[in-house]
Design a binder for this molecule. Structure first.
Ligand code: SAM
Length: 284
């Protein structure tokens, strides 16, 4: 007698074969857009999965003097509270819907949903998903607000931002990375006027001012042009600290009167922000 095999049983069987042959993870990858892997990542981010390398007891850098951006009105306040877990539902939904594997090189596909940074070439990285989520939560972009990202890299962070507002500008200093990211971001509604090649230390003057600025490379001071391009009532999230060491994620807020306050929220480790006035002068 032949036993009819129903569709659910067949798919269970094929999944079991897949697990047996390739060790589980690949089976989920075959779901097409890898939604199950993303969901696991979202749960980890919500629990505060930031991984060991980002933990540090390093003291926050002083935000007076150089770090404050010479000549800018600056009042400083500091929070010692560390960020544990991302609770903002809209941020978690953005991580859930943006396919990170589309922003990761072919040889890194297996690890696209690991909660860690990955190399993208030219000595650069796509940031750890927890850090992308945390920085987005801190930036708190509103529908319709205008956002500048400095450090396009793979384009992933910019794509996540488009889930909040279509008015996203992003700038990358490494031209081949810019060229790779541009077609990816076109699919998220960001055309050539929004995805720019250049030195983001100086922001994108022609589209300023911005409600929010997110800098995804570490600087030893807050670039004064970025403070200038921030709207009154606007907010910037930027890693500040020494190159190749632990830095602090800093939230900078400009009040209605143009007064700037900053608070340090979390230890992080970012690649350095290059460019700026010194490199510009050296090239001339
Ligand atoms: N946001 C990126 C993503 O989602 O893939 C990750 C950014 S990676 C950690 C930092 C990026 O900042 C690198 O691609 C680097 O080339 C870029 N960068 C460094 N200095 C820059 C500058 N002055 N202007 C623009 N981009 C810069």
């Amino acid at each position: 007698m032949r036993v009819p095999i129903s569709f659910p049983i067949l798919s269970l069987l094929s999944c079991a074969v897949c697990f047996a042959l390739a060790g589980g993870a690949t089976c989920l990858a075959q779901e097409g857009d890898r939604a199950a892997e993303r969901e696991r990542l979202v749960q980890e981010i919500a629990r505060g999965g930031q991984g060991a390398p980002r933990q540090s007891a390093a003291p926050p850098p002083s935000l007076s003097g150089d770090a404050a951006g010479a000549g800018m009105p600056m009042a400083s306040s500091r929070s010692v509270q560390e960020h544990t877990g991302v609770r903002n539902g809209a941020v978690l939904e953005a991580i859930r819907t943006v396919p990170r594997h589309l922003f990761v090189p072919a040889n890194m596909q297996r690890d696209a949903y690991a909660n860690r940074p990955l190399p993208i070439g030219y000595g650069q990285t796509i940031s750890q998903p927890f850090i992308v989520a945390m920085m987005t939560e801190l930036l708190d972009p509103k529908p319709g607000s205008k956002i500048l990202e400095v450090g396009t890299g793979s384009g992933y962070q910019a794509a996540v931002l488009t889930k909040f507002t279509p008015n996203v500008y992003t700038i990358e200093i490494v031209e081949p990375l810019h060229r790779q990211a541009a077609p990816r971001l076109q699919k998220f509604g960001l055309g050539a006027d929004r995805v720019v090649h250049g030195d983001g230390y100086f922001g994108i003057e022609k589209a300023a001012p911005y409600d929010g600025i997110i800098v995804t490379a570490a600087a030893d001071h807050i670039p004064p042009p970025l403070i200038q391009q921030l709207k009154p009532g606007g907010r910037m999230v930027i890693p500040i600290g020494p190159v190749h060491a632990t830095q602090r994620l800093v939230v900078v807020e400009k009040d209605a009167g143009g007064k700037v306050r900053s608070r340090s929220v979390h230890p992080v480790k970012f690649v350095p922000l290059t460019g700026g006035p010194r490199e510009g002068a050296a090239k001339r």
